[in-house]
Design a protein around this ligand. Sequence first.
Ligand code: PMT
Length: 318
Amino acid sequence: MDAINNNDAVDEVNSFFESAPLLKDANSINAKLTQFINQKSSLSGSEGPKRVVCVTSGGTTVPLEQRCVRYIDNFSSGHRGATSCEYFLKSGYSVIFLYRRGTCQPYCRSLPDDPLLECFELTDDSCIKVHESHSEAVKKAISGHHAAVSGGFLLKLPFTTIFEYLQMLRLIATSMKTLGPSAMFYLAAAVSDFYVPWESMAVHKIQSASGPLDMRLAQVPKMLSVLRNQWAPSAFCVSFKLETDTEILLEKAGNALKRYKMHAVVANELSTRKEVVILVTNSEKVSVYRENDHSDVESPLIKLLIEKHTSYIAVIKE
Ligand code: PMT
């Protein structure tokens, strides 16, 4: 029975990819990934290749038209992903940051919404200088980002649609397979559950004069099983569970852990997500709180996950 279900899931995944519009820039993304990952594989230490985490961040969109004017969006500011990326880098991980265009970026969290216009000013002799009140935040953003990118520790890859996100996740995962258990997936992106298949999508802008719109959305296949079973079977996988109803949150997180054979699921409730998360594993459920109003819940969360990743690598090596 399980084998039949598994085959059905694989068929759904295959047909999603076969019918998806081709990923633009696939060759250049692949080249960047190969270079980034080869460099980590060649730097093997006593535990194996250098550790690399793929952090996904932000929400995917679902286009309603092929020449897209309208789309359905998924809520996510990208704050969780960007913050987590910084803590992974600080702990010595290299990060592939798969993020939604326009969402929060690592090292830029303390900048205002329109950093170019709000952080800089013109001097009397028409030079540009940093506004005094933002100078610390700008220095932190530039130095953190520069050190991570030029040091070869951070690779940033943007997506917008569900089609781009899933094709890029597959490229990243199959490239990271060579890293074995040193690879980690931290899937904080808010991924669309429903979509309009490309072949049944209107080509041009849907006309409002045609009256109310009836639309049937197909289910996006969950990619977690294929990620675990095929794309990167030895990687340490952390998925997220977001609910607005706390009553069902832990049950759903537990189900995801078992069904998709995740190593950990981070359960969070929408309104308290910046204060507390619950880390669900096979052996325990741990509430992780931020230390105070000015600290990040991602700090203790990433610390805990890295401990679990270390134990995982040690067990695999035995
Ligand atoms: O970005 P912020 O504003 O800081 O908010 C952070 C967050 C709340 C978005 C983040 O902490 C979070 O919970 N992200 C996951 C949201 C989500 O999509 O949850 P879900 O219950 O719908 O999906 C659970 C898991 O299944 C996710 O890890 C997702 O990668 C995966 N999934 C989902 C849908 C799908 N079709 N395929 C998938 O593989």
